[in-house]
Design a protein. Structure first.
Length: 336
């Protein structure tokens, strides 16, 4: 199943094929086990996939979309390779296999939620957050090296847009360089002090893209940079500092804000802390108290060597079963 999912290109906004595959598969599984499956519309061409068995107390969730570039699956004795192998199509397959084991064991009151858009703007999670199903616990799947994460960084994404005035490059005094304005703004941003957290570590800033200008012999009238800041604390102070650093050189456009998160441990499971951001800030609390766990390493996600260990992937199936059963028991004990 992991290889089949990897071989369906699903770069963000192109998740339809994977969604149709999952909806068909889960509809068949639900029909044979007194469950139900449905699509949650996000846009006319995009939808989340949700399935449940009984009244969902625990929901396992991850995302269908991937980052570019797409490349097909392959495998050797130890690993599966391909875009999405660990982030997060292997996790989808592991969660479905766990659901099949839970059904076979007669377990009820759990669900599966697979969303679109996590890699860009959490569009699918936003839609799901407006349609909760009463779950008390959410197990979110991302590559955490098979450890339950105690925290994850947040994110601030910006576009910084500078404008200028075109002129012949032989007469620069007649123009106004947008690129020079942008470079000055970015230099000031890079000098900003960034906070640290005892659990989550350092705030980091990445200038991810730069674009602008028309030709080498034209003073550029437009330039843009895209930034991602990984948060460990309140993003408002960083926002204030960034806007002050940019000043009147350029316009600052906030694209996405997701807060840093701290999670409770789950007894009996090893723990870690991760530096990436997930859909959890959008899905929780509507879908319950969150736990973050998944096979694979984030260090190979988003690379041309994305892979997942077959042994770790198969072990994750049993871990998802154990986590679900543990949380169902916790809910029952609280109810009693």
């Amino acid at each position: 199943m992991t290889r089949a999912l990897v071989d369906m290109e699903s770069i963000t906004e192109n998740e339809k094929q994977v969604g149709e595959y999952l909806l068909h598969y889960l509809s068949g599984l639900a029909a044979g086990s007194d469950g139900k499956a449905e699509a949650m519309t996000v846009t006319p061409e995009r939808f989340n996939v949700y399935a449940e068995w009984g009244d969902p107390i625990v929901v396992l969730s991850t995302h269908m979309d991937t980052v570019p570039p797409f490349f097909d699956s392959s495998e050797d004795d130890e690993h599966l390779y391909g875009r999405g192998a660990c982030d997060a199509k292997g996790i989808i397959a592991a969660m479905i296999a766990a659901a099949e084991k839970l059904i076979e064991a007669g377990t009820r009151n759990f669900g599966l939620l697979f969303v679109v858009g996590e890699e860009r703007n959490s569009a699918g999670a936003e839609v799901a957050s407006r349609s909760p199903r009463g779950a008390r616990y959410l197990i979110n799947g991302e590559p955490t090296e098979s450890k339950v994460a105690l925290g994850s960084k947040g994110i601030l994404r910006y576009e910084i847009v500078a404008t200028g005035k075109m002129a012949h490059s032989a007469y620069p005094e007649l123009g106004e360089s947008a690129i020079e304005k942008l470079l000055d703004a970015l230099a000031a941003v890079r000098r900003m002090p960034l906070p640290e957290d005892a659990v989550l570590g350092k705030t980091t800033l990445n200038i991810g893209t730069l674009s602008g200008g028309r030709a080498p012999n034209i003073i550029p009238d437009a330039a843009k940079a895209e930034l991602a800041i990984r948060l460990v604390s309140d993003g408002r102070k960083i926002d204030e500092g960034l806007r002050a650093a940019v000043g009147n050189r350029a316009e600052v456009k906030e694209i996405l804000t997701l807060p840093a998160m701290h999670f409770r441990p789950l007894d009996g499971f090893p723990t870690s802390v991760v530096a990436f951001t997930t859909d959890i800030p959008v899905l929780s609390p509507a879908w319950g108290e969150p736990f973050l766990f998944g096979p694979g390493s984030i260090h190979v996600a988003h690379t041309t060597n994305e892979k997942i260990s077959k042994r770790e992937l198969l072990a994750a199936v049993d871990t998802y079963v154990q986590m679900t059963q543990s949380l169902l028991q916790r809910a029952q004990a609280h109810h009693a």
